[in-house]
Write a protein that binds this ligand. Structure first.
Ligand code: B12
Length: 212
C-alpha cells in the first residue's frame, strides 16, 4: 500500500471509530506528507462518516480545524496555492439571535480543508455586519447558518439589507442549519439551501471555481 493510500485509510478508520487521538496524529501526518485537502476530506473523512454518522463529522471537523490552524502561515499558503482553481472568499456566520455554531464550524473546516478562503464571522451576526463584510470585492459567497425557527427572520432581513445596499447581485447566498429548508431558500431569495455540510461544500466549490 502506498503511503498516501495508507494515510487516507487510517483517516477513514479513525473517523469511523471516533478515535480522536489517532485522527489528530494521522491528519497532521497527511498534511506533512503534502496530501491534498480534497483527498483528505472526500476520500478519508467522508468515507469514515458513512460508518460513524454525524458525530464522526463533528469530531472530524473539530480535529481538522485544529490541525489547519496549527499549520504555520507558509503551509497555509501552500494549501492555498495547490488550489489555485478557487478564487475569491466565502464569509459565513450564524444569523442574529442564534448562537448555535457546531454546523457552521463543520462547514468552515471542510471549506478550509479544500483550500477555499473563508472568513468565519462567528455567531449572532447582525445583518449590517454581513453587509459591511460583503462590500469587499473578493467576497463571492455568503453562508448563513440558522438553527432556530424564529431566527429565519434574520436570514430574511440579512438578504433584504444586502439588496438595499445593492450588493445582493454580486454574491451567491447559501443557507443551512436545522431552521432552514429549500422552501425557505426560495421564499427569501437565497441561491441555495444545503441539508448537510457535504452538500453545501459541493455547491460552494462550484461557485468558487476560477473562471478561466
Ligand atoms: C447543541 C444544541 C444547542 C447548544 C449549541 C452549542 C453550539 N455551540 O452550537 C446550546 C445548548 C447552546 C443550545 C442552545 C439553544 N438551543 Co439548541 N440545540 C442543539 C441541538 C441539540 C444540536 C444542534 C447541533 O449542533 N447539531 C449538529 C450540527 C452538526 O448540525 P447542524 O447544526 O444542523 O449543521 C449541519 C447542517 O445543518 C449544515 N449546516 C449548518 N449550518 C450551515 C450553514 C451553511 C451555510 C451550510 C451550507 C450548511 C450548514 O452542516 C452541518 C453538518 O452537516 C439541536 C437539536 C437538533 N437535533 O438539531 C437543538 C436546537 C437547535 N436548539 C433549540 C433551542 C430552542 C435552543 C435554545 C433557544 C434553548 C433555550 N431555551 O435556551 C438555545 C438557543 C439560544 C440561541 N439564542 O441561539 C431547538 C430549536 C427549535 C426551533 N425549531 O427553533 C432545537 C432544534 C432543539 C429542539 N428540538 O427543541 N442548543
Amino acid at each position: 500500500m502506498s503511503k498516501d493510500v495508507d494515510l487516507i485509510s487510517r483517516i477513514t478508520k479513525s473517523v469511523s471509530s471516533l478515535d480522536v487521538e489517532e485522527l489528530r496524529f494521522v491528519l497532521s501526518e497527511a498534511f506533512k506528507a503534502g496530501l491534498s485537502g480534497i483527498d483528505i476530506v472526500t476520500e478519508g473523512i467522508k468515507e469514515g462518516i458513512k460508518r460513524s454518522g454525524d458525530i464522526g463529522l463533528i469530531v472530524a471537523a473539530e480535529v481538522l480545524k485544529d490541525e489547519i490552524n496549527k499549520l504555520i502561515v507558509d503551509e497555509k499558503q501552500k494549501i492555498k496555492k495547490s488550489y489555485q482553481k478557487f478564487s475569491g472568499k466565502v464569509i459565513i456566520g450564524t444569523v442574529e439571535g442564534d448562537i448555535h455554531d457546531l454546523g457552521k464550524n463543520i462547514m468552515v473546516a471542510l471549506m478550509e480543508g479544500l483550500g477555499i478562503e473563508v472568513e468565519d464571522l462567528g455567531v449572532d451576526i447582525p445583518p449590517k455586519i454581513f453587509v459591511e463584510k460583503a462590500k469587499l470585492s473578493e467576497v463571492k459567497v455568503i453562508g448563513l447558518s440558522c438553527l432556530l425557527t424564529i431566527t429565519t427572520l434574520s436570514i430574511k432581513q440579512t438578504i433584504a439589507e444586502l439588496e438595499k445596499a445593492d450588493i445582493r447581485k454580486n454574491v451567491k447566498i447559501i443557507i443551512g442549519g436545522a431552521g432552514t429548508s429549500r422552501e425557505l431558500a426560495d421564499n427569501v431569495n437565497a441561491d441555495a439551501y444545503a441539508k448537510n455540510a457535504f452538500d453545501g461544500l459541493k455547491i460552494i466549490e462550484k461557485w468558487m471555481l476560477k473562471r478561466s
